[in-house]
Design a protein around this ligand. Structure first.
Ligand code: SF4
Length: 438
């Protein structure tokens, strides 16, 4: 009987894709996936962007203590961003001495070797963390779980050091993959039948700055979208300071590139943007939005927004609300500022009390939801092409997204996952659309 593995993933798409790479390593070792309690190896791929993600991971690791006692041969591995935080492996050792393997974001490729060492009878916890990012490892064979979408890394790390963000400390400096490797990966994914390619990076707009061949993200996108076949191209995440006219021209040139841009503004207040070290002003952000709309009047924008950043006044918060209204985001991820040890913002004075943060987030969420609802209602009676990506058991319906990222649900006798389906929208509810196949 084959041995089984389970991966528990926290955090962003980058982590979701890295879990696919971990799955690839384990399947090459002969393990097969399980979601049950029969796993022989459990890997936690952690996230440290917010405190509650860390608490959640700690809670779930701690819950395995009893199982590990009953089955000492069960291997528990903990990797991901949290393990790159200073002092975290030691804390893990103290709290959960029954964990077998600890690894970081820079040495995921080492997991096979670490499991082999541990399985050969080593008793003590095996900790392998690389402080510095190394060369990019090519030739990974991820075991993909998000068909018809495929995630493709284009760059890793970040040089921006926004004052609230821990990513540059745990993911290292920016490194770009060579364009040939990316194009080869996309070509083979399209040949395998993937219908949506999402190019991933902490800041995709910095792509190529560390290479010496003059490649940039607009040039790369142009080449990716020129590959033959019917598929869509998305990319994330874009830093507004690097969002260029050249990039917008490439989006406008290719039908394959979705007209949905995730452009995280974080705040609408110049004072807060400065304190966050975002390196653009409200006016500059709005000018980028206007530039996008000049080329693509129907393009949609989504954003990340933080409330309760240290020193945020009522007037600053009002600036965020007014910017959200002015841009009219299709949707947004809204967050209460989370203090991260080791970042500059964690040392700032004027941390905002929790009750004020709560009130502000509720107001912001209500505004974002109302904008989303209005946008959804505009779809009523229209036909849209969606890429069917999944089946919702609860609703008993298939679902997929259009080029603007709007989710559409529908019923179908056959299984259309991976097909482009045209829907006539009959109902709009919040962020979701419902329709009939035409
Ligand atoms: S751009 Fe800023 S928020 Fe984004 S990963 Fe880099 S430091 Fe973090």
């Amino acid at each position: 009987m084959k041995k089984k593995y389970q991966i528990v993933t926290y955090g962003c798409q980058m982590n979701v894709h890295e879990s696919e790479k971990i799955a690839g390593i384990l399947e090459e070792m002969g393990y097969e996936r399980t979601e049950g309690e029969d796993a022989d190896v459990i890997v936690f791929n952690t996230c440290c962007i917010r405190e509650n993600a860390e608490n959640h991971a700690f809670g779930n690791i701690g819950a395995l203590k009893k199982r590990k006692k009953e089955r000492p041969e069960l291997l528990i591995c903990v990797g991901g961003c949290m393990m790159q935080e200073k002092g975290m492996p030691e804390e893990l050792k103290r709290k959960f001495p029954f964990v077998d393997i600890v690894f970081g974001t820079h040495n995921l490729w080492e997991l096979r070797r670490l499991i082999e060492i541990k399985s050969s009878g080593r008793k003590k916890m095996l900790v392998s963390i690389h402080d510095k990012e190394g060369e990019i490892v090519e030739g990974e064979r991820p075991c993909r779980t998000s068909y018809p979408n495929a995630w493709v890394n284009i760059n890793y790390g970040c040089n921006n050091f926004c004052t609230y963000c821990i990513v540059p400390y745990v993911r290292g400096r920016e490194r770009s993959r060579k364009p040939e490797a990316i194009l080869e990966e996309v070509r083979s994914l399209v040949a395998e039948g993937y219908k949506e390619i999402t190019l991933l990076g902490q800041n995709v707009n910095s792509y190529g700055k560390d290479l010496e061949n003059g490649i940039t993200v607009p040039k790369l996108l142009d080449q990716v979208a020129s590959i033959e076949g019917k598929f869509r191209v998305r990319f994330m995440t874009s830093h507004p300071k690097d969002f260029s006219e050249e990039l917008v021209k490439v989006i406008a040139k290719h039908e394959k590139i979705c007209n949905l841009v995730h452009l995280p503004v974080q705040s609408g207040s110049n004072a807060v943007l400065k304190a966050m070290n975002r390196r653009y002003t409200r006016e500059e952000y709005l000018e980028k939005v206007a530039m996008l709309k000049r080329y693509l009047p129907d393009a949609e924008l989504t954003s990340d927004l933080i409330v309760g950043f240290p020193g945020e006044t009522e007037a600053d918060f009002e600036d965020t609300l007014s910017l959200v209204k002015e841009v009219g985001f299709a949707s947004a991820f809204t967050f209460v500022y989370s203090k991260r040890k080791g970042t500059k913002a964690a040392e700032m004075e004027n941390q905002i009390p929790e009750d004020v943060q709560k009130r502000r987030i509720m107001e912001l969420v209500a505004l974002v939801n109302s904008l989303t609802r209005v946008k959804s209602e505009r779809y009523l009676g229209k036909t849209v092409e969606i890429l069917c990506e999944d089946y919702d058991e609860k609703k008993g319906m298939f679902l997929g997204r259009d080029v603007y990222g709007r989710m559409g649900y529908f019923k179908s006798e056959k299984n259309p996952i991976g097909s482009f389906v045209t829907l006539k929208i009959t109902e709009a509810s919040g962020i979701s659309l419902y329709g009939e196949e035409v």
